[in-house]
Design a protein around this ligand. Structure first.
Ligand SMILES: [Zn+2]
Ligand SMILES: [Zn+2]
Length: 345
């Protein structure tokens, strides 16, 4: 079977490896589709994400669906042939964060396809992999494998909505219209937002944002001289900063209403940024962080499996694992691509 490994920046190899065998409590999964995420691109182009550096060959991939190929001893949740979504979070269940019900803050988190721990947690850019039963969420629906694989990015967005608090009847600004930005549109709508505005610096992702329900989209780089974003969209109650651009966080802090909330979802540059932090004080803004996701994964799977939300506009193309390098390059081209999936060769 085939497996993708990133050895270092710009060094990705698709290699032949032995088929894994499921141990007790484990499921052998045949890959359905695996989304290429920003962090996977960072591992390939830069050999790391923020402070996480590749120290041994890493198989990326944390957004996947599959079919159960075989089950190990004692597995009861799924049977061979069952379509599943894979929850990439493996929290310890013991630490203070876990016991508080905030598993995403687990100090012993093992997140798939990540170099945050050593040995690295190998991800799902491979034809077959084994997974603990509890990370396999059954899907009883005939939605596509690509749609099921969007459960992970939708979970990120649903968690951010939880961090913001109730959105019922609120107005929302989302800065950044990539996959997570579009998932934010969907999640904010599910959360009851009344009006959603989205900004970006490229047209294509804003077109997709409108397809998934954004009320207003703005090319933030094309605002007329002297025009503020609030002149165009008003002052929203809540801002979600998804782009990871320092200026977008500042724009969000300047644009939400006095007493509003800003949630930082995107990854800002590792070296930090200049922040006019008095905006937070003078305008009494609640600035909150949102990291990966807590206990929302099964909600995301259910919303997609029932098509209560339609993620199809965000799915751009699928490529075989053997073309992983080309697929990652395609995924980086924001003028054409939203979510690109890898599928078995
Ligand atoms: Zn991701
Ligand atoms: Zn823990």
């Amino acid at each position: 079977m085939l497996e993708c490994k990133v050895y270092a920046a710009n060094d990705l190899r698709v290699i032949e490896v032995e088929m894994p065998q499921p141990g007790p409590g484990e499921v052998l999964v045949r890959l359905g589709a695996a989304g290429i995420c920003g962090s996977d691109m960072h591992y390939y182009f830069h050999g790391g994400v923020g402070s996480f550096r590749i120290r041994e060959p890493l198989t990326p991939g944390h957004e996947a669906s599959g079919l159960v190929a075989a089950v190990g001893q004692g597995v009861t949740r799924v049977k061979p042939g069952q379509p599943i979504a894979i929850n990439p979070s493996r929290a310890c269940g013991q630490c203070a964060g876990c016991r508080e019900g905030r598993e995403n803050l687990c100090t012993n988190m093992r997140f798939l396809g990540s170099a945050s721990v050593f040995p690295h947690m190998q991800g799902m850019f491979r034809e077959y992999f084994t997974m603990p039963e509890q990370q396999c969420v059954p899907v009883d629906s005939d939605v596509s494998m690509q749609e099921i694989a969007m459960s992970e990015p939708l979970s990120v967005a649903l968690h951010s909505v939880h961090r913001a608090g109730s959105l019922l009847g609120k107005t929302v600004l989302i800065t950044g219209s990539g996959t997570i930005g579009c998932m934010m549109v969907i999640a904010a709508r599910l959360g009851g937002a009344r009006r959603i505005a989205v900004t970006d610096v490229v047209d294509h992702p804003l077109d997709v944002a409108r397809q998934v329900g954004a009320d207003q989209t703005v090319r933030i780089d094309q605002l007329a001289e002297g025009t503020r974003l609030s002149d165009v969209i008003g002052e929203p109650d809540v801002g979600f900063e998804v782009s990871g651009a320092p200026q977008a966080l500042i724009t969000s802090l300047e644009t939400v209403r006095r007493g509003g909330t800003v949630v930082q979802v995107g990854t800002l540059p590792a070296e930090g940024m200049h922040l006019p932090a008095n905006l937070v004080m003078q305008r009494e803004i609640d600035l909150r962080g949102s990291f990966r996701f807590g206990n929302v994964f099964e909600h995301a799977v259910d919303a997609i499996a029932t098509r209560r939300v339609d993620v199809r506009p965000v799915i751009s193309a699928s490529q075989p694992l053997t073309q992983a390098e080309a697929a990652i390059k395609l995924a980086r081209d924001k003028t054409r691509s939203m979510k690109i999936h890898l599928v078995p060769a």
